[in-house]
Design a protein around this ligand. Structure first.
Ligand code: UT7
Length: 321
């Protein structure tokens, strides 16, 4: 199988910022508790913006950065648990808004916080069967729409945003070698769907999910490094799902990852589920921390339960077709 590389990323977050102080006026919590237990200080929540609008802006930014035209896209996948509409899918809505060809394979994918990882792996498989060699992968969420404001342990965590990556598939490129898994569980993390007749609100056993995360991330990292025949030192940058700063700190300590090789942005965005990994990728690419030739290890984990990791490279820039 031919591998994919990232050609360009882009992102869009809502204008409205909700600070910890704002939340402490709404519920019994404090900036000190939220900051020390999670690392989150602010998050962006949709006001009049729709999740679909965020997707369009993020996708346009990624296409422009990648130097790829909409008509060159063969597959478009949006990883999300909070699409604006169930039908049409967020990806079909993008097809129309961006003018993607009608034979572009467009669909949404639900793997909660591991959505972007599952989507990248799916994209690699599908681009191998596509006549066009470019794909659009998004992680996008409007989690503020499904926050349970009666539950302070989860209401403080989540933010909204969308981020996109244009990927390219070329003969001879190595696979991203994704590792992934799931374990069906409705007790630790649950959001009811429209078929249940219940309101869609997030519920989570936070402490149990925290334990799951700190066990699962190293398992994923070891598996993906072994699959690629690499050591942690061979990786240029580590991008973890931004759920809790304490989870990231534990993993970074375990692998002795130096500060210049990882980043956290949950202070500004909170936990944006499927959007969290591409939001950070887009930020790092925009500031020049990662770019042409960078080898980046991505790790996701969360609802499902789901987990996954992959090692992706950025293209060297320049079109070779
Ligand atoms: O993205 C998908 C994956 N998700 C994750 O990885 C999330 C993983 N879990 C977590 O990040 C953490 O478990 C939370 C941040 C959700 C919670 O932190 P915790 O340290 O596990 O807190 P806890 O739920 O065990 O609660 C500790 C105390 C409790 O009080 P008592 O019983 O000790 O008196 C809670 O009632 O903190 C209290 N508490 C709060 N206090 C102030 C819970 N939420 C709040 C709050 N403000 N917002």
């Amino acid at each position: 199988m031919n591998g994919i590389k990232l050609r360009g990323t882009g992102s869009c977050v809502p204008r409205h910022v909700v600070t910890n102080e704002d939340l402490s006026r709404r519920m019994e919590t404090s900036d000190a508790w939220i900051t020390s237990r999670t690392g989150i200080r602010r998050r962006h929540h949709c006001g009049d913006e729709s999740a679909a609008e965020l997707c369009v802006q993020a996708a346009r930014a990624a296409l422009s950065r990648a130097g790829v035209a909409p008509e060159e896209i063969g597959v478009c996948i949006v990883a999300t648990v909070t699409p604006e509409d169930l039908v049409p899918s967020a990806a079909c809505t993008l097809q129309q808004a961006l003018g993607l060809p009608e034979d572009t394979l467009c669909f949404d994918l639900n793997a909660a916080c591991t959505g972007f990882l599952f989507a990248l792996h799916t994209m690699e498989c599908l681009l191998n069967a596509s006549p066009r060699k470019f794909g659009l992968v998004l992680g996008a969420e409007a989690l503020s729409r499904i926050i349970n404001w009666e539950d302070r342990s989860t209401a403080i965590l989540f933010g909204d945003g969308a981020a996109a990556a244009v990927v390219e598939c070329r003969e001879g490129w190595p696979s991203i070698g994704a590792v992934y898994g799931c374990r069906g569980d409705r007790t630790l993390l649950h959001v009811a769907g429209p078929g249940s007749g219940k309101r869609s609100l997030i519920s989570m056993e936070g402490t149990q999910v925290f334990k799951f995360a700190v066990e699962t991330i190293p398992r994923c990292m070891d598996a993906v490094l072994t699959r690629h025949g690499l050591g942690a030192d061979d990786v240029d940058f580590f991008v973890f799902h931004q759920a809790n700063a304490r989870i990231i700190d534990l993993v970074v300590r375990k692998y002795a990852i130096p500060p210049e090789k990882y980043a956290k942005n949950l202070e500004e965005f909170g936990n944006t589920s499927a959007a969290s990994i591409p939001l950070l990728l887009a930020q790092l690419e925009a500031e020049g921390t990662i770019g042409p030739g960078s080898r980046v290890l991505l790790v996701g984990f969360g609802g499902g339960l789901t987990w996954g990791a992959a090692i992706v490279e950025f293209t060297q820039g320049g079109r070779n077709d």
